[in-house]
Design a protein around this ligand. Structure first.
Ligand SMILES: [Zn+2]
Length: 320
């Protein structure tokens, strides 16, 4: 990196970490002023998971995020719903107040506020996850520099990994601030939504994620919130994006929304395994899979942790 760019980058990085000097348990409320401790917030409505997916309070989920980097340790394992779908993002008051409208009762695809809240919760979770990942990556890099295993500001693999993690965290933080403003000003009309309803589809997975569309070059990298949840014998797949990202996001979504039947379910399954880590699988459904299919799903998930592989195909890549 050139010296002047290095200085600017260091200032940017320093500003980011100073702005997040709070403990990992800081409440990420939209006003940004809350000092109450964060609880284990549900990223997927607890009631929905309990009702539709869990078995004896357990679901199947990818192993802990902190395992990323040790890719051979990532497995789809049984987890209690309090671990699998929660993150320390909001205090009890904000968690309850903000999401009351989507936690208690059915979701209507006509209700713009409910749809925005689903996207907002996915954004919060990703904001926490990317910040956490950046802290770990940067901590690892600093530790290696202190031990003389790295030369400071060199473009080593570990240093570049930390840089990418910080860029992702800053991008998500900026996006959350847009969403915060939309929430506090009741301007959820800045968000657009596109949905698919899978008819007569049993509950097999739930998901809440905010993903980055790196393949589109734009002034700001497009992001899309995705929620998948069962409801009344159907499964809803919901894509949410800002008006600014609408053009790219709709193009990206259309690759799935314009298909139908089993092929569409295949594309949704691939998307989940390629882009998301915050999803849970029904234990009943998972137990019915052959061991080779379970291994395939985990292998594909791991293959895509750091680089998306669009060439790999297999007829067993189904989550429905
Ligand atoms: Zn709070």
């Amino acid at each position: 990196m050139q010296p002047h760019k290095q200085t600017a980058w260091n200032q940017h990085k320093s500003f980011f970490f100073n702005s997040l000097k709070a403990t990992p348990s800081k409440c990420l409320s939209p006003e940004g002023q809350c000092t109450l401790p964060a609880i284990r917030s549900h990223s997927i409505p607890k009631q929905s998971v309990l009702t539709h997916l869990s078995e004896d309070g357990h679901v199947i989920a990818p192993d802990a995020i902190s395992s990323i980097g040790k890719s051979d340790h990532i497995r789809f394992v049984q987890q209690g719903i309090h671990k699998a779908t929660t993150f320390p993002g909001l205090c009890a008051r904000h968690d309850s107040e903000l999401f009351r409208r989507i936690d208690n009762g059915a979701i209507s695809l006509e209700d713009q506020e409910q749809l925005f809240l689903l996207a907002y919760r996915a954004t919060l979770k990703e904001c926490y996850a990317t910040w956490h990942a950046a802290m770990i990556a940067q901590g690892n890099y600093r530790s290696r520099v202190e031990k003389n295993l790295e030369i400071a500001h060199s473009e080593s693999e570990v240093g570049m990994h930390a840089t990418r993690a910080i860029i992702a965290a800053i991008r998500t933080k900026n996006y959350k601030e847009l969403a915060d403003a939309a929430l506090t000003d009741s301007r959820n009309d800045h968000w657009e939504h596109k949905s698919i309803v899978l008819k007569e589809q049993g509950p097999t997975i739930e998901l809440s994620a905010l993903i980055t569309l790196d393949e589109y070059k734009s002034s700001t990298t497009p992001l899309v919130a995705i929620n998948i949840f069962p409801q009344e014998g159907e499964v809803i797949v919901l894509f949410s994006f800002t008006k600014e990202h609408e053009h790219h996001a709709r193009h990206w979504c259309s690759k799935i929304t314009e298909q139908c039947g089993d092929y569409q379910k295949y594309l949704i399954s691939r998307m989940v395994l390629q882009h998301a880590e915050n999803f849970v699988i029904s234990p009943t459904y998972f137990d019915r899979m052959t061991e080779s299919k379970k291994a395939l799903l985990q292998q594909f998930f791991m293959m895509n942790l750091f680089n998306n592989d669009d060439t790999f195909d297999h007829p067993d890549l189904y989550l429905f």
